[in-house]
Design a protein around this ligand. Structure first.
Ligand code: NAI
Length: 337
């Protein structure tokens, strides 16, 4: 039995968490894999109620669990997820984008993953005022750049695709910081002669994600660029409602959707739970590999295929062209697992 800490979040977070718990219960009943889920509070609501966006007992419960699931939080995201990523050294943010049948995708042959450095860059949150200016520190270290580059190349060796790593940066303008990142990636690439390596400026990458997204395999980039590009790559294959993410460290991992709290659709029972459920699929892969538990990996595959068989048969939520509510779509999944 694995212990899951579940941050239920803000906006559509509680709806997605309800869907996730139903699916985890169905996995227990039908596929005999048990999880012990502890619901935790963090985010805007926690801030209003306790004065802290990330309460201490939530942090303690996360540290005492095998893995963390996080539904989106709202305006306090920087005080929750950005803090957790750095606190737990979850240095690799993995954001896959794949075209599946019957999705409003740009093409049907996209299969790429963004490997985003998760602990540095402008997201260290060191901002201050200086005279009439506002200043933000951008930290890029050689150690963190090489660590994420290595993760990207190792990912490429394990994928069935074209086995290519694209290092995305803007070293023509940010010569010192992105210059260091590009150099670190280039040096790491020398250890992987069987993996193709290319560099691309971030503006060109943003354009190529629309023009020829099928040409990407693994994209490795810095924190802010990865945040922006992964929203774009999600939309290219159908939208944020289908976009999962993993925050991986050496000993711990946290899984969450790419998207935020979507206050515009909160409480309407129309959010697509697939992004969170596909993040749970990634959780199964990580737990299964860590604990040498092939059953856990197989259950994750079953969850993914159940979601895509439903989508293929036209059972989908509104954001991807269907008419099912969050609860109806979840019920279809639990019935069909
Ligand atoms: P958002 O990602 O929440 O929403 C962008 C658009 O995508 C909205 O139109 C929304 O309705 C739609 N959308 C998102 N998820 C969906 C789903 N599962 N099903 C159907 N449609 C979906 O971005 P936004 O509006 O910029 O941010 C809202 C709040 O979320 C902000 O307070 C922000 O700080 C927070 N946020 C939190 C994150 C986190 O917890 N990791 C990440 C990004 C934003």
């Amino acid at each position: 039995m694995y212990k899951i800490s579940l941050i239920t979040g803000d906006g559509i977070g509680p709806e997605l968490s309800e869907s996730a718990v139903s699916v985890l219960n169905a996995i227990h009943d039908k596929l005999d894999l048990k999880f012990d889920v502890a619901k935790l509070s963090a985010g805007d609501k926690a801030l209003a109620e306790t004065g802290k966006a990330l309460p201490d007992d939530t942090v303690d419960a996360i540290k005492n669990s095998d893995v963390c699931l996080k539904a989106p939080v709202g305006e306090s995201a920087a005080d929750v997820i950005v803090v957790l990523r750095r606190m737990l050294d979850l240095y690799a943010n993995i954001r896959p984008s794949k075209s599946y049948p019957h999705m409003p995708a740009l093409r049907d042959d996209i299969d790429m993953v963004i490997v985003r450095e998760n602990t540095e860059d402008l997201y260290i949150g060191k901002e201050f005022s200086l005279g009439d200016s506002a200043v933000a520190l951008r930290i890029i270290s050689e150690a963190a750049s090489k660590r994420i580059a290595k993760y990207a190349f190792e990912s490429a060796t394990q994928r069935n695709n074209m086995k290519k790593v694209t290092c995305v940066h803007k070293s023509n303008v940010m010569r010192v910081t992105d210059g260091l990142f590009a150099k670190a990636c280039t040096e790491v690439s020398l250890n992987y002669p069987d993996i193709a390596f290319e560099e691309m400026y971030v503006d060109a990458c943003a354009m190529n994600l629309i023009r020829q997204p099928q040409k990407f395999d693994v994209v490795v980039t810095t924190n802010l660029f990865g945040d922006i590009l992964s929203d774009e790559s999600s939309q290219v294959v159908g939208g944020l409602g289908m976009a999962p993410a993993a925050n991986i460290g050496d000993d711990f991992a946290l899984f969450e959707p790419v998207h935020g709290a979507a206050f515009d659709i909160a409480g309407k029972n129309i959010a697509n739970p697939s992004s969170f459920l596909l993040s749970i699929k990634m959780m199964h892969d990580w737990l299964g590999n860590k604990h040498n538990d092939s059953k856990c990996v197989d259950v994750g595959k079953k969850l993914e295929s159940t979601i895509f068989d439903l989508v293929k048969s036209g059972i989908k939520t509104k954001d991807i062209g269907g008419d099912k509510s969050t609860a109806e779509f979840t019920k279809h999944i639990t019935d069909n697992l």
